[in-house]
Design a protein around this ligand. Structure first.
Ligand SMILES: Nc1ncnc2c1ncn2[C@@H]1O[C@H](COP(=O)(O)OP(=O)(O)OP(=O)(O)O)[C@@H](O)[C@H]1O
Ligand SMILES: [Mg+2]
Length: 361
């Protein structure tokens, strides 16, 4: 394993902000820490980097224990063989591009000629070699971001750590840079941990995503696993667009809505809980006009409702449909007026049972 985090705990004053989390990252693997503001993503990353001191647990980088407070181990950041990119880039305005990129080597007392060579290599990789003598104030935001990236990879780190590195870029540039970061990380074949609160970024870039909530891990999985089979309502809500319909078990096998409609649901492996909901992704629900009833032998679920809101999004329109007892989001390329009576249809496999973890018994 390139990175192994075991039972990591971090407190600020009396407050515990990371509650004994554990995960590993293999060589060449790209994982994201995804979660809402304040859930402990940056803190976790800073503990791995050695910028914050952990209070408990153990962190290994390339099989070396770099943090184990119980044993008095706390390897300083510059000895951890990591490269890190921050949201703010943190490049020094009074130094040239080349001096910024070479800084981590200079503080490790690497010989000047070797620094020059490695700086040129790193700048070449990010396509910035021709700008090596510029001052940061003479660069665009995207170019400054590349300087930060070059500085992270100079000296060939064992692991790369990213803390929301793209949030200062405009949408178009952000998309292109995502792909470049991923390509760069593949070429270097190093482990990467990428912190983001942007679920689209996490899904599109990662081999695996770790969803965090209040200093704990709620689910770890591939982007497809998280999207299709979220472990609970929190993950289902946070990853992608979704609607939720309250359901209750009937006769031990089926599920029924508050409106009395029996639904066929994918409930395999769902955890025991006091309350459940059925989750639907808007793109997996088909919508037609009128109140058609299911043909004999048809196994798809059917709900009747009325369009109550619509939001035109270019490629499709997102409709909100009021079915008795719930509001369902539906993506459609067709036009429906508000108030239109519609029938929604969806197969059992796209209707996923989720547990309400915080529900009263
Ligand atoms: N230096 C500090 N002193 C005291 N509390 C801190 C410190 N740094 C972070 N915290 C607290 O720890 C918790 C986790 O913060 P952290 O920065 O890890 O969140 P985050 O998940 O990165 O959020 P964001 O998406 O907003 O960056 C928050 O409640 C925060 O207020
Ligand atoms: Mg943060």
């Amino acid at each position: 394993m390139s990175i192994s985090v075991d039972n990591l705990t971090k407190r600020f004053g009396g407050l515990t902000v990371v509650h004994g989390i554990s995960f590993t990252v293999a060589k060449g693997e790209f994982i994201s820490l995804l979660g809402p503001s304040g859930c402990g993503k940056t803190t976790t990353l800073r503990c791995i980097a050695g910028l914050d001191d952990a209070d408990g647990g153990e962190i290994r980088i390339a099989d070396r224990v770099v943090s184990a407070p119980d044993k008095g181990i706390g390897v300083p950041a510059h000895e951890r063989q990591i490269g890190m990119v921050f949201q703010s880039y943190a490049i020094w305005p009074h130094m040239t591009v080349a001096a910024n990129v070479g800084f981590p080597l200079a503080i490790r007392k690497v010989a000047a000629r070797e620094v020059e060579k490695q700086v040129d290599d790193a700048l070449e990789i990010v396509g910035m070699r021709h700008l090596r003598e510029r001052q940061p104030s003479q660069l665009s935001g995207g170019q400054q971001q590349r300087v930060a990236l070059a500085r992270a990879i100079v000296g060939r780190p064992r692991v790369l750590l990213f803390d929301e590195p793209l949030s200062n870029l405009d949408a178009k540039l952000r998309e292109g840079t995502r792909a470049e970061i991923r390509q760069l990380q593949r070429e270097l074949d190093v482990a990467a941990v990428y912190v983001t609160h942007d679920q689209e970024e996490a899904l599109s870039m990662s081999d695996r995503v770790i969803v965090m909530d209040s200093g704990r891990i709620t689910q770890t999985g591939t982007p497809k696993e998280l999207y299709r089979r979220p472990a609970n309502r929190f993950v289902a809500d946070f990853v992608g667009r979704a609607s939720f319909i309250d359901v209750a078990r009937v006769n031990g096998s089926g599920w029924t809505t508050p409106g009395g409609v029996v639904l066929r649901i994918d409930d395999a492996g769902a955890p025991a809980a006091a309350r459940y909901q059925a989750m639907l992704r808007p793109e997996s629900v088909a919508m037609v006009r009128g109140t058609a009833s299911a043909a004999a032998g048809d196994t798809a679920n059917t709900l009747h409702g009325r369009v109550v809101e619509s939001q035109y999004l270019g490629a499709h329109t997102e409709y909100l449909v009021d079915v008795s007892g719930a509001r369902v989001k539906v993506h459609s390329r067709e036009d429906f007026d508000l108030g239109t009576e519609v029938t929604l249809r969806f197969p059992a496999e796209v209707c996923r049972l989720v547990a309400l973890s915080d529900a009263p018994a």
